[in-house]
Design a protein around this ligand. Structure first.
Ligand code: NAD
Length: 253
């Protein structure tokens, strides 16, 4: 696996470079960020390093992902995008790139969270509609987007389990005096300290509650999952794939 890493100087970039050093048969052929660093081997020109790569891993910013995906598609390089908070421009780029290369867009590359997502889908499908669904997430004080991309993905999985979309079920702003609406999916956000990532999906019924949780204590889990997904993409036909396919989860649930 020949990897180009975008966002190489960031928190995830550092974790992925560390994981790459012990990943079998993987080589970092380009480390890209906004500013060069001779000491860390980081450069700024993505187009210059893509010809040597067979997969691009992007943990940068929503503003840069659209352009990076277009460049990867032009060079026939598979893409694993971990960047969250992607807007309409990036999603259009995902659509266009998926015609040319295999790619995965994963708000959370942890294999544990991939499992959580499928468990949530199954629970939402199995439990009666009068179980209220609430998603509680916590992250470090520097995180910019809220709710987290993972919380939104969990919300989509819960809504899908009920045959709905998150757009039609996501609760609005709860400040003020309005009561909970039946069937809505609520989100609560905690930001502070160095929390790596915590997600709980609560199914609250009358007289019982089911909570499905995941706690990340080390960014290395996202890095290892990203590398597993990146290597899984190699040799696949163009198209958009899911993390659940990387671990074959859809086969068992
Ligand atoms: P960070 O701010 O520490 O790192 C981002 C890096 O990207 C920075 O070094 C920044 O300079 C670089 N960057 C931004 N725009 C760029 C551009 N146009 N060209 C080149 N480099 C650019 O953030 P982080 O904590 O490493 O997270 C990065 C992204 O990954 C965020 O969107 C975050 O939400 C997401 N994330 C995803 C997962 C997952 O499992 N998928 C896990 C953690 C974080």
């Amino acid at each position: 696996m020949r990897v180009v890493l975008v966002g190489a100087a960031g928190r995830m970039g550092v974790a992925i470079r560390a994981a790459l050093q012990v990943w079998p048969q993987a080589k970092l052929v380009g480390a890209i960020d906004r500013l060069p660093s001779e000491q860390q081997g980081i450069t700024t020109d993505l187009e210059a390093v893509l010809p040597a790569a067979n997969v691009m891993i992007d943990f940068s910013s929503p503003q840069s992902t659209a352009k990076n995906l277009a460049a990867a598609a032009r060079h026939g390089v598979a893409a694993l995008v971990g960047t969250t908070g992607l807007g309409s421009e990036a999603l259009a780029a995902v659509h266009a790139a998926a015609v040319k290369v295999p790619l995965i867009i994963a708000a959370n590359t942890s294999l544990g969270v991939t499992l959580l997502q499928e468990l949530v889908r199954a629970a939402a499908q199995a439990l009666p509609a009068d179980f209220d669904i609430e998603i509680i997430e916590g992250h470090h004080r520097h995180k910019k987007d809220a709710p987290s991309g993972t919380a939104l993905a969990l919300g989509r999985a819960a809504a899908a389990g009920r045959g709905q979309t998150l757009e039609s079920t996501m609760a609005g702003d709860r400040r003020g005096e309005s009561a909970r609406q039946a069937g809505e999916i609520g989100f609560a956000v905690v930001r502070g300290g160095d929390i790596v990532g915590e997600h709980t999906v609560l199914f609250a019924g009358a007289g019982e509650r089911v909570a499905i949780s995941h706690q990340a204590t080390d960014r290395a889990i996202f890095a290892r999952g990203a590398l597993q997904a990146a290597s899984w993409l190699l040799g696949r036909a163009p198209g958009r794939y899911e993390m659940s396919e990387v671990i074959g989860l859809k086969l068992i649930i």
